[in-house]
Design a protein around this ligand. Structure first.
Ligand SMILES: Cc1cc2nc3c(=O)[nH]c(=O)nc-3n(C[C@H](O)[C@H](O)[C@H](O)COP(=O)(O)OP(=O)(O)OC[C@H]3O[C@@H](n4cnc5c(N)ncnc54)[C@H](O)[C@@H]3O)c2cc1C
Length: 426
């Protein structure tokens, strides 16, 4: 443990034990009940690409119970009633649950973990740190239902022509009287098929936007009720190896939103977006750490048990090297992720935002996790490819996560930018 994590030892242990106990008593029986549907994606999704009603209800029920038990909003800021978990605790929590349940259980939005995905809200669906900027109307009208897990959000930044490059947004909001009229299309938006509210980033000041200043971007953040006239969330995209997914479009045509539903300051929306994305990057790193450990645990068990040429696989040097390579990467992942979480935790006192470290942790964790899952599949031979083991799914998840919340190339761009600005402290 790092020094900060050592100080937080009791909170870490209590939170992990509590959440694992919650999954075992509240979620596992439900998964058993719906096993037939959950294990067959053709039955899991309807023709419209959405989860079938009984699974949606079960999933909503898990979210509400998780909220009551104090987990769903655990990552949310205390200023709005969230749990305000310190970043190192969040990382340990994600590591622990992903290590225990692995693929097929807790994979937010990308897998069969449809009953366990609503355990912990993040910036793509729940009361995240972005809401620390909420005004009194948003705090009164929207935040309580998010904290209770009654309603969910989605995060609408990406567009057909603006993914890595958010300086090419076409979504615009124009002020007419006391309302804003929003037009544009957001694409690849996690949870958009189910979200009650979309957190939408729209250009409100073309002149400022053209200057490309992150802090004063000319982009404003709106909370858009997805039931408003002009909002269409019907398109859902199947993603790598799945019949459907949680990702879709948010299309807005002359959608009218009141001033009160602006999150944060007008024209400073990119900072709100970055607050959400940074939280997501660290969460991904924590989850990938746990998933990689889960894959190594499985590999070790199989290597000891399976025999070839009269010996356990574990006795062959080629297998030992694969195990050792995975251990090297896990150790590095763990240090990078925890050290970054510690720097995030210390930010209020140091004033140093660990921009390059967040990018290093996210990029390294997903790439290492993919390599570790690949080795785990290799060690398991044909069994590794079978969907029964969950390893091929873990591989797909890690591969998928190299794209959202900033691709590997964008993380490297950020890291290099920081280095060239003189941030060379490690
Ligand atoms: C599963 C999933 C969930 C997602 N969820 C959300 C969500 O909830 N909300 C949301 O707003 N978005 C979401 N996204 C979108 C995601 O953020 C974008 O896909 C991502 O930012 C990359 O944008 P793009 O797909 O348009 O690729 P592009 O930006 O078109 O990039 C294509 C390729 O070129 C590389 N590239 C681009 N520019 C450069 C450069 N300057 N130098 C070197 N290489 C470069 C990229 O790294 C990438 O490899 C999600 C995506 C996925 C796959």
């Amino acid at each position: 443990m790092t020094q900060v994590a050592d100080e937080l030892r009791d909170i870490i242990k209590g939170t992990i034990d509590g959440l694992i106990g919650f999954v075992d008593t509240e979620v596992v029986p439900l998964e058993q009940h719906y096993r037939e549907i959950l294990s067959n994606e053709r039955r899991l999704f309807g023709d419209d690409g959405r989860l079938v009603p009984e699974i949606r209800e079960a999933r909503d029920g898990v979210r509400r119970k998780s909220a009551k038990a104090g987990y769903w909003a655990a990552f949310g800021p205390e200023s709005i009633g969230g749990g305000g978990l310190p970043a190192p605790v969040s990382v340990y929590l994600l590591e622990a649950v992903y290590r225990k349940y692995g693929a097929g259980r807790l994979m937010i939005g990308f897998s069969n973990g449809f009953l366990t995905s609503p355990l912990l809200g993040g910036f793509v669906d729940g009361p995240s740190h972005m809401f620390a900027n909420a005004n009194e109307t948003i705090k009164a009208d929207i935040v309580p239902s998010l904290l209770a897990g009654e309603k969910t959000t989605c995060f609408g930044a990406t567009e057909p022509d603006a993914g890595s490059d958010l300086w090419n947004l076409k979504t615009k909001a124009r002020k007419v009287g006391d309302e804003w009229v929003i037009n544009g299309t957001k694409q690849w938006i996690t949870n958009s098929p189910y979200a009650d509210y979309a957190v939408v980033f729209a250009v409100t000041d073309e002149e400022k936007y053209a200057k490309r200043n992150m802090f004063d971007s000319g982009i404003t953040t709106f909370i858009v009720d997805t039931k408003l006239p002009g909002v269409d969330t019907n398109t859902i995209f199947p993603i790598m190896g799945h019949v459907s997914s949680d990702c879709g479009n948010v299309i807005m045509e002359d959608v009218k939103v009141k001033d009160d539903y602006i999150l944060g300051n007008i024209g400073q929306g990119l900072m709100t977006a970055m607050a959400g994305i940074s939280e997501g990057r660290l969460a991904i790193a924590g989850a990938m750490l746990g998933l990689a450990e889960w894959a190594l645990d499985k590999s070790l068990a199989y290597a000891k048990e399976r025999k070839t040429f009269g010996r356990a696989l574990a006795d062959h040097q080629a297998i030992q090297w694969m195990l050792a390579d995975s251990a090297i990467e896990i150790f590095n992942m763990k240090y990078a992720t925890l050290r970054t979480a510690e720097l995030v935790h210390q930010y209020p006192t140091t004033g140093r935002l660990p921009i390059k470290e967040i990018s290093i942790a996210k990029a390294y964790a997903v790439e290492a996790c993919q390599a570790i899952c690949d080795r785990a599949i290799q060690i398991h031979g044909a069994m590794g490819l079978s969907s029964e083991m969950g390893l091929e799914e873990a591989f797909r998840i890690a591969r998928t996560l190299r794209i959202p919340d900033g691709t590997g190339e964008m993380q490297r761009r950020t890291i290099a930018g920081q280095l060239l600005r003189g941030d060379t402290v490690f």
